[in-house]
Design a protein around this ligand. Structure first.
Ligand code: G6P
Ligand code: ZN
Length: 542
């Protein structure tokens, strides 16, 4: 039985940087999830009889929405749904399944690195057939549809057993419950030199991976401990929990503090890493050194050829605009293309599909390659391990050698979370108004060379994305970027990205906040952060 249920539109279903994210109680309003899922289907064409991948990061409300999504897919005419056992699929694993099985697309249930639980965050994201997040053309259509939707279709069927691998049918549609890990782990085994990493572990190299009670636990256990032979116990917090154990599953120096402290101790393991709620972000820490995501992108790009999957070299590199320019220097040296995109992994999709780039990365702890169309936390960890196994040097030595060759891009992001939305918008629009008169102004030793509101012209589909962040570029390569986060769920988050290039090796040892102190002061002077937000300090510094 297929039911058509009448509904009323909600006016707040605009997908952000990465899908629709709201607090769980918002999603629990009558028909809220149903409206959004139907709006997705109504914005697509040609999926009749096709395959849809469904899975999520296991957070609170995951199972409920999975049932709804499966029944709605059946009612709307999909031929098959592939769902991870227990409703679990990491975001990169979902991307891989879409590609591997030629699915029409996928629905990923996650609010990424945001906390989970009855009053915390939930999210729904649609990915297209290349395995990547839907482009703006589709997310705009979904939002437009959500504002006028008046009914949705759903199979009036009993709940599907998603804990049992195998095939079932709902209203003529096949539901196949798959092991969430195997296909993904096999892909990793193709890309990386597992025997070399196994030998490194057997030789006593110590790794610690914090799954943060989120989705990567089962993946990391299988890959690091079972397939690569890392000692049992190398993977911490490996059980995915609906509330992530009450933790904030964001692998940064604030929320993964315990890992950081472990890695800074005298008896630290050789390599520490963590991933986020849905498994697409990564944190990399060597013994005694945190590797910034921007540096990690540059280092991975410079060394990727050491892994079998990238032995032919890279086609090009892409980074989001606020990400530091460290990777640009690598691209320059390799003589390959470098692309600067707006924040949001979806902007890399066209470049990857067109074969223009092989590796992409963002300052927000995302790195990935053309193996899927999402950023991939464990992929970054495994590429690092592969490089370490081949170079047989420590993380700190590899990073220092990299800085000596390319120079160091000191880099930090200051976040002001949950600030008043009007204040945040006011700050950005005041900056916008000053763009024309900033060039050639001096602030202490710093002279503004250029100031703009970043706009991206996609070289593949020629679409234009405007207002992607205010950039203030100083003579000598220093830079301040201001933008508002597109992923928050309450108030506004102001992000201030600060960068300074230091070619002099004798000055590569300065504490980051000190190295950037003059720029940090100038950022406040230019934008009036304290005055406008009423905050005397950022809530998070990464
Ligand atoms: C998600 C997206 C990333 C983005 C990050 C920060 O993880 O997938 O592409 O860089 O959020 O976005 P925001 O808009 O909050 O700065
Ligand atoms: Zn994520």
């Amino acid at each position: 039985m297929i039911k058509t249920v009448s509904t009323k539109p909600y006016d707040d279903q605009k997908p952000g940087t990465s899908g629709l994210r709201k607090k769980v109680p918002v999603f629990q309003q009558p028909n809220y999830a149903e409206n959004f899922i139907q709006s997705i289907f109504d914005s697509l064409e040609g999926f009749s009889g096709q395959t849809l991948v469904i899975g999520g990061d296991g957070r609170y409300y995951n199972r409920e929405v999975i049932q709804i999504a499966i029944k709605m897919a059946a009612a709307n005419g999909f031929g098959q749904v592939l769902v991870g056992r227990g409703g679990i699929l990491s975001t990169p694993a979902a991307s891989h399944l879409i590609r591997k099985y030629g699915a029409f697309g996928g629905i990923i249930l996650s609010a990424s690195h945001n906390p989970g639980g009855p009053t915390e965050d939930f999210g729904i994201k649609y990915n297209v057939g290349n395995g990547g997040p839907a482009p703006e053309k589709i997310t705009d259509a979904i939002f437009a549809r959500s504002k006028v939707i008046d009914s949705y279709k759903i199979a009036d069927a009993a709940d599907i057993n998603i804990d049992l691998e195998g095939t079932q049918t709902v209203e003529g549609m096949t539901v196949t419950v798959v092991d969430p890990v195997t296909d993904y782990a096999d892909l990793m085994e193709q890309l990386f030199d597992f025997p070399a990493i196994r030998r490194m572990f057997a030789g006593g190299f110590r790794v610690v991976f914090d799954a943060m009670s989120a989705v990567t636990g089962p993946y990391a256990k299988e890959i690091l401990e079972n397939r690569l032979g890392a000692p049992k116990g190398s993977v911490l917090n490996f059980m995915p929990l609906p509330d992530f154990g009450g933790h904030h599953p964001d692998p940064n120096l604030v929320y993964a503090r315990a890992l950081y402290d472990t890695m800074m101790a005298d008896d630290a393991p050789d390599f520490g890493a963590a991933s986020d709620g849905d498994g697409d972000r990564n944190l990399i820490i060597g013994r005694g050194i945190f590797v910034t995501p921007s540096d990690s992108l540059a280092l991975l790009a410079a060394n990727a050829h050491l892994a079998p999957g990238y032995s032919k070299g890279l086609a090009g590199i892409a980074r989001s605009m606020p990400t530091s320019g460290a990777a640009d220097r690598v691209a320059d040296k390799l003589g390959i293309g470098m692309y600067e995109t707006p924040t949001g992994w979806k902007f890399f999709g066209n470049l990857l599909d067109a074969g223009k780039v092989t590796i992409c990365g963002e300052e927000s702890a995302g790195t990935g390659s053309d193996h899927v169309r999402e950023k991939d936390g464990l992929w970054a960890v495994l590429l690092w391990l592969n490089i370490l196994a081949v170079r047989k040097e420590s993380v700190i030595d590899i990073v220092r050698a990299h800085w000596a060759t390319y120079g160091r891009n000191y880099y930090s992001r200051h976040d002001y979370e949950e600030v008043d939305t009007d204040a945040a918008n006011g700050l950005i629009s005041a900056l916008r108004d000053r763009l024309a008169d900033l060039p050639s102004k001096t602030f202490g030793a710093l002279t503004v060379e250029k100031a703009d509101d970043f706009a991206y012209h996609d070289p593949v589909d020629h679409s234009v994305s405007e207002h992607q962040g205010i950039r203030i570029l100083f003579a000598g390569g220093s830079r301040i970027v201001f933008r508002l986060s597109g992923t928050g769920t309450s108030g506004a988050t102001l992000r201030v990205y600060i960068e300074r290039f230091e070619p002099d090796t004798s000055r590569h040892d300065i504490e980051t906040q000190k190295a950037l102190a003059d720029l940090i002061a100038v950022a406040d002077e230019i934008a009036g952060i304290k005055g406008r937000t009423g905050r005397s300090a950022p809530s998070v510094i990464t």
